[in-house]
Design a protein around this ligand. Structure first.
Ligand SMILES: Cc1ncc(COP(=O)(O)O)c(C=O)c1O
Length: 497
């Protein structure tokens, strides 16, 4: 099968390309009046910036980008992280000068369009989730979790139920769930999965008491399985006086098909960069809206965008005495809010439903293919269709050839395909978590499965070759242990070694 060779530029640091006095174009005279900063704010030493031409910068950045992989370059089946294609029209809309030049300190009357976009997204998310309160302020899914749990905390504090200081989290959960719970001041109670990968109901019942504030679950879970007992779980959790939290990172598997509010969820976060095609930043800027049930609405962060029909006026509501406060500067990452709304309006309800169906069909097609790759299996819930993703395990292949999931994840890079998420969820040995998304064609899905098939064949015939892959990427294997233990984070540090 055809492999893809990545560019290998021996690219030097931009600082090393610097030449004293070299400049971009600078206008000879600025007509902007200068004003000087107070003395204590002024630099005492010269800023160490590269002195380079515009062309040098462009070439440098393009060369670096060519040594990287992105969804615009090749397939990107990264489970749970949902690296879907971001239609370019979103970018055009985000550049509209009426939005991009808007100063966030402008008076409300001058930013009616901006507030309207935020308001409309809040309303769209209410409709999609079936939950009547929404903030679009958090900058990522993980921050959404933290915000959702702070809301729960303040809700119970207001009710005088300070005994509720524990969050129940299934053992298949993403690491951010227990981390957010701990940051919000809760203790974490881990609930084991049963042999099918679903919540162990006996363990859940045993752990439920009046110290529990929230049951936090990802549904579909990180195995791509939809929790069949979700209505019963909601009932039990509510009977115990606790709240239901949905981690919506896997929302691509159900969006448009059913509403989390109807499943009994009181709080959920969504990841716009996973479900509605916002770009994934390196940890941001993203958007992780939080949607809540009526009783939790007063605790949402301020400001919320509101609309008064009589005066046809959009407004930021800061008068929210029970609010947990602001969680982002200004109103959140507006560029992502705008891209999300553009994506939603372009697809409409039927389009979003089709998107979800295609994502699920693609994942199941690929899972079916993976089941016949020698040395691979798909653990848990045999015969149960997955939603948007599945987790394959090359455990037998590792036992028979010595090639492990990490080696396979490296070898796949030589095909110009990004690695799946590896070694997660923790309940699967040698996990390769695969999510093709709705954007891939059957041709690409076949390409992905054929590439894994070839790697398996090679592992059985010549495992050493796989153990040293990749060969065609800009960089091959890095010394991950030393990089983590003794990171060199600056050129100066490198020179001082
Ligand atoms: C299941 C799950 N929950 C939460 C998160 C955190 O989301 P974010 O990356 O938007 O902070 C992720 C991220 O991959 C995830 O997969």
């Amino acid at each position: 099968m055809k492999k893809r060779t990545q560019a290998k530029w021996n690219e030097d640091l931009i600082m090393n390309q610097s030449y004293t006095g070299r400049r971009f174009h600078i206008p000879e005279k600025f007509d902007i009046p200068t004003s000087s900063l107070p003395d204590e704010w002024q630099r005492k030493t010269k800023a160490e910036l590269p002195e380079v031409s515009e062309l040098q910068v462009v070439r440098h950045v393009v060369r670096l980008s060519q040594m990287n992989h992105g969804v615009d370059v090749g397939e990107y089946p990264l489970g749970s992280c949902t690296m879907k294609y971001n239609p370019k029209v979103n970018e055009r809309i985000a550049k509209f000068s009426g939005f991009s030049n808007m100063h966030p300190n402008a008076p409300e009357s001058a930013m009616q369009g901006t507030i309207e976009v935020i308001y409309r997204l809040q309303e769209a998310i209410k409709l999609i989730t079936g939950l009547p309160g929404v903030t679009v302020q958090p900058a990522a899914g993980a921050q959404g979790e933290y915000v959702g749990l702070l809301i729960a905390r303040n809700y119970f504090a207001k009710k005088g139920e300070m005994n509720r200081m524990k969050i129940m989290v299934p053992d298949s959960a993403h690491g951010t769930n227990p981390a957010s719970a701990a940051m919000a001041g809760f203790k974490v109670v881990e609930i084991p999965s049963n042999h099918d990968g679903f919540v162990d109901m006996d363990a859940l019942k045993a752990a439920l008491d009046d110290s529990i504030a929230v049951f936090m679950i990802t549904n579909p879970n990180t195995l791509g399985l939809f929790e069949p007992n979700i209505l019963e779980i909601s009932k039990l959790v509510h009977e115990a006086g606790a709240l239901m939290y949905l981690d919506g990172a896997n929302y691509n598997g159900i969006v448009g098909m059913l509403k989390p509010g109807d499943m009994g969820f009181d709080i959920m976060h969504l990841n716009m960069h996973k479900t509605f095609s916002g770009p994934h930043g390196g940890g941001g800027p993203g958007c992780g809206p939080v949607a809540v049930a009526q009783k939790l609405e007063p605790f949402l962060p301020y400001p919320l965008a509101t609309y008064t029909e009589d005066s046809d006026y959009y407004h930021f509501d800061f008068e929210r005495p029970d609010s947990i406060g602001r969680v982002h500067t200004y109103f959140g990452n507006f560029g992502i809010i705008l891209r999300t709304l553009a994506f939603l309006y372009r697809n409409g309800g039927p389009g979003i439903r089709d998107m979800c169906k295609s994502a699920v069909l693609n994942a199941n097609y690929l899972m079916y293919k993976f089941q016949s790759i020698k040395g691979f299996s798909v653990p848990f819930a045999k015969g149960v269709p997955r939603k948007h993703e599945f987790v394959a395990s090359p455990l037998n292949l590792m036992r028979e050839t010595g090639v492990n999931a990490g080696d396979i994840a490296k070898a796949i890079l030589d095909y110009g395909i990004h690695s799946p998420t590896v070694y997660f969820p923790l309940i699967v040995k040698e996990a390769l978590m695969i999510e093709p998304t709705e954007a891939e064609t059957k041709f690409s899905l076949d390409r992905i499965s054929e590439a894994f098939q070839e790697i398996s064949d090679l592992a059985y015939s010549d495992p050493e070759i796989v153990k040293h892959a990749p060969y065609l990427t800009g960089r091959s294997r890095l010394d991950e242990f030393n990089l983590a233990k003794n990171p060199i984070l600056s050129e100066r540090q490198k020179q001082n070694q």
